[in-house]
Ligand binder design. Sequence first.
Ligand code: EPZ
Length: 418
Amino acid sequence: MDKMLVQGGNSLRGDVAVSGAKNSALILMFASLLAEGKHELTNVPNLMDVRSAKTLLEALNCKVEFSNGRLSIDVSKPEKLVAEYDLVRKMRASILCLGPMLSKYGEASVSLPGGCAIGSRPINLHLEALKAMGAEIEIDKGYVHAKCPRLQGTEILFEFATVGGTENVMMAASLAEGVTTIENAAKEPEIVDLANYLNKMGAKITGAGSSIIRIEGVEKLNATEHRVMPDRIEAGTLAIAGAITSGDIVIRDCEPLHLDALLSKLRDTGVGVHVESQSIAIKGVKEWRAVDITTAPHPAFPTDLQAQFMAFMTLANGTSVISETVFENRFMHVTELIRMNADITPKTRVAVVRGKPGGLVGAPVMATDLRASASLVLAGLAASGETEVNRIYHLDRGYEKLEEKLSKLGAKIKRIKE
Ligand code: EPZ
């Protein structure tokens, strides 16, 4: 298994470009199943999860070509409307082929995605919504079997603003009979990107980005093309990399408006933040203040940046209280940061970080999930000595060439292939 060696102490300097958004590209790939014919997606990041989604689409009778950020998907009716376990277990977002397949072909069997390191990741809200639209849902031998000749538009109220649940319903409702409204919908930018793509396909969706989304079902959708939005979590991770190394960097090809919560918190710590329409400039400071964060659905502080921000707070002046309200087990990075001499007291969904400027010491650590691995790399950039981040395949799921991007900014980081 590959590992990353990081020598701490260099301040990052220079410009870096952000790749397309993993959490949009994956969903747009599954949305393509709603319309037979040739779809073209550009600005698609070359990640393990994207390659896994490509394999799943090929198993569903799509012809998929992917090179230089361009993904073409030629959709034909799947021979078997089944998303197999061995494909879904590799990438739990595969559950997002359920809504499109069910709505387009009247039935679908998708392996239950199961949990992951950060939580049990249930899909009850997805299934309850599809049932409310008329689907017969049965769970058997680890698969969700869904059937409905034509889904019926209805009113859906989510008890939690679930991103995946909102996406599955938007896709399913696009070909349903009548109007579907989603209340307490997720407002993440990826929801807006999906609505833009579906509307280009001929869907009639309004309200994406707000908590009430209206989808008027149509008879047919058509293949189309779309440029994937920039990855706001990669942009946020790079911003924190600039801050934690007291660096001076510019992050390009990003959408600063997607990162208001993070940028506001970085400013509160004393870091210089300057935004232009498509770029963010980070001017680090020698010492920074501790601030509290609470993760919650967009536009609040994103749970996907919590681990990275915690690494930043371990070196702050003062104590930071970090509350994780979205996932029940998203502090797996805490024990590893403690191995690097961080002073953190984890409780249930809250961690108290007593910052110590210059306090991190390089050590061998273990990545446990995608964003935890990013957190450990960032900590290594600012620690004294060498940090060895093991099981770096977690990082490869969601970051395209991160070590190259960081090296170009002056980081001393290399991948050891094992
Ligand atoms: C998406 O996951 C993202 N993944 C996650 O990014 C992100 O952390 C999450 O949204 C929150 O922003 C993709 O887009 C592929 P949710 P998703 O449904 O859709 C509970 C990363 O690091 N819930 O909003 O699974 C659930 O248990 C990944 O890139 C139910 O209880 O997120 C969790 O506690 C990690 N029942 C909370 O809601 C349901 O039916 C958030 O889940 C659905 C969700």
